[in-house]
Design a binder for this molecule. Structure first.
Ligand code: KIV
Length: 267
């Protein structure tokens, strides 16, 4: 496996080469280190941190300050992967100057090499302004969790002709605005294929079928470090929850029984 540093232009250049782009989220130093060593191309410090790290019900409450702390931990760990910092709710919606200033903080304070913004045509002025500041932007359309109240819940998008057309137009618009890649979340596989064929930049799918140029999943979902049910598109690659529970239970038993620490574990 090549250890060449992944950059936003090198991700864009993967379009049409047949090389699929592997993306996972991470929110802390050690996990990021392992993902980087495993060859993940892009580490996304997703605002999903609101739920899987901070215990909120949705992504809306997480602050830019919290995202900066998590992004800093991840960027200190990576050697090869591109680190994308997710712009949290209300860090870019109100104005283009908010978008530029806060994307700048993601790069300057968080160490990210790119940022991700949710939305289609409506956010193109913000995407253009952030790009103008020299910061690469990853787009995100389909199910955009920061618009959950507008969308009426976590629903697959683009199931009727009108929303299909709208998503296709959104993808074309943000690609034309200059996004180096676009996340397609929760949409029919045939629509994701149509979008992938229509735009000149890589699409990264999550719940969007197999025809995207890459795939992204939330790390907690694939290692079983979650509560409750995971969405249908998640594939399980491990049971970290069982590992942590078992280790904690055995530690508690050893402490209570006076078995820990023993002589070799004492000074
Ligand atoms: O916040 C996140 O983890 C994301 C991915 C699911 C794409 O936006």
């Amino acid at each position: 496996m090549t250890r060449k540093q992944v950059t936003a232009p090198s991700v864009t250049a993967m379009k049409g080469t047949g090389d699929r782009i592997a993306v996972l989220t991470a929110y802390d130093y050690m996990t990021a280190r392992l993902l980087d060593e495993a060859g993940v191309d892009i580490i996304l410090v997703g605002d999903s941190a609101a739920m899987v790290v901070l215990g909120y019900e949705n992504t809306l409450p997480v602050s830019l300050e919290a995202m900066l702390v998590l992004t800093g931990a991840v960027t200190r760990a990576r050697t090869r992967a591109l680190v994308v910092g997710d712009m949290p709710f209300m860090s870019y919606q109100a104005s283009t100057s908010d978008a530029v200033r806060n994307a700048g903080r993601m790069v300057k304070e968080g160490g990210a090499s790119a940022v991700k913004l949710e939305g289609g045509r409506k956010v193109t002025p913000k995407i253009e302004a952030v790009l103008e500041a020299g910061i690469p932007v990853m787009g995100h359309i389909g199910l955009t969790p920061q618009s959950i109240h507008e969308l009426g819940g976590y629903r697959v998008q683009g199931k009727d002709e009108r929303t299909r057309e709208r998503l296709l137009e959104d993808a074309r618009a943000i690609a034309a605005a200059g996004c180096f890649s676009i996340v397609l979340e929760a949409m029919p596989a045939d629509l994701a294929r149509e979008i992938t064929e229509a735009v000149p930049v890589p699409t990264i799918g999550i719940g969007a079928g197999p025809h995207c140029d890459g795939q992204v999943l939330v790390i907690n979902d694939i290692i079983g470090m979650v509560e409750g049910r995971v969405p249908k598109f998640v594939r399980s690659y491990g049971d970290a929850r069982a590992v942590v529970s078992d280790a904690a239970r055995r530690f508690v038993e050893d402490v209570r029984a006076g078995r820990y620490p023993d002589e070799s574990e004492s000074y």
